[in-house]
Design a protein around this ligand. Structure first.
Ligand code: PEP
Ligand code: MN
Length: 338
């Protein structure tokens, strides 16, 4: 249920929060541009008690949320959410360009990557320290040392960084170093991990599972939001189809569909969708045209010696070319990189 307030006075909002808790629901306050609402999440059998709150002069209406995603849906918040990731804004006209290698391989490699991202015009650094590899024999990442050098490179080039946590136990240490915690496609339905990042105080980048529907994707976001973390960015990264020319198939229509349902920002990762470097630029253009709020691009200073995903990583020169190609499209779509 959502309680639509006709006020944003804190004492009146607090009064409603108190009642919601007393009735056995979990309150989530959402401050929109137009209105403040209190979402009461829980078993809806006792909804009559919440309806009684309409008797308060500063409660406009108590409405049932029809969609299964209560907090991620537009029903509870009409306007686009803007996420602030250590000064970089994502959503509502703010476009993020996240780039960097698949894996952090050494201090020099991530330092050089950060330099390239900054020079090319990107505004966030990516790189995996804990890698979710399909094979247990593949490079598993530099782990803690990877986080340390990511922080160093991020600070040196003034770029917030995003990196993945693959288990609930890793979340506190990843949150300590990173500006944004990534949940990878393979973990989209790892509910213990979703709850753990839901309790963290850093924004979360949730990637769509390669075999997940849009509804399941949004329900996973709901897990994070329901734990109290409102800062979730969704990422379309390709789904599995019968096509073999590409690693996955970029579901570009997921961007406008998710945006119809949800107020959360949506970014696109063409690198893991394509699995090949030579179609990344046109797919990044498609992402901008689809209304995405950002892109995540794998770039390696020297892809031919990369320890993971070299085949889909752009060379530095190509990243420059990509950003230049996007500029006029971003202007048409009224998006700014800031
Ligand atoms: C990644 O971004 O490093 C990654 C492993 O991607 P995905 O989870 O989308 O496969
Ligand atoms: Mn990768």
């Amino acid at each position: 249920m959502i309680i639509v307030m006709s006020t944003s006075r804190q004492d009146e909002v607090d009064h409603v929060i108190g009642r919601v808790e007393e009735f056995g629901y979990k309150p989530h306050v959402i401050y929109g541009v137009e209105r403040t609402v209190v979402a009461a999440v829980g078993d809806e059998r006792g909804k009559e008690r919440l309806t009684s709150l309409e008797s308060l002069p500063y409660v406009e209406q108590v409405i049932r949320i029809l969609k299964p995603f209560k907090l991620a849906g537009r029903e509870v918040k009409e306007d686009d959410t803007i996420i602030d990731c250590s000064g970089v804004r994502i959503g509502g006209g703010h476009f993020a360009i996240m780039s960097g290698p698949c894996s952090v391989e050494s201090e020099e490699q991530i330092m050089e990557s950060a330099r390239v991202v900054r020079e090319a015009g990107g505004n966030m650094l990516r790189g995996g320290a804990f890698k979710p590899r399909t094979s247990p024999y593949s490079f598993q990442g530099m782990e803690l040392e990877g986080l340390r050098v990511l922080r160093k490179a991020a600070d040196a080039y003034n770029l917030p960084f995003v990196t993945e946590a693959t288990t609930p136990e890793q979340v506190p240490v990843v949150a300590q170093y990173a500006d944004m915690i990534q949940i990878g496609a393979r973990n989209m339905q790892n509910y213990g991990l979703l709850r753990a990042v839901g309790k963290a105080d850093k924004p979360v980048l949730l990637k769509r599972g390669m075999m997940s529907t849009i509804n399941e994707f949004l329900m996973s976001a709901e897990y994070i939001l329901s734990e109290g973390n409102p800062n979730v960015v969704l990422c379309e990264r390709g789904i599995r189809t019968f096509e073999t020319e590409t690693r996955n198939t970029l579901d570009i229509q997921a961007v406008p569909v998710v945006k119809l349902h949800s107020h959360l920002p949506v970014i696109v990762d063409p690198s893991h969708a394509a699995g090949r470097w030579d179609i990344i630029i046109p797919m990044a253009c498609a992402a901008v045209a689809s209304g995405a709020d950002g892109i995540m691009i794998e770039m390696h200073p020297n892809p031919e010696v990369a320890l993971s995903d070299g085949q889909q990583s752009l060379r530095p020169k190509k990243l420059h070319q990509l950003v230049e190609t996007l500029k006029p499209l971003l202007a048409v779509m009224k998006k700014e990189v800031s």
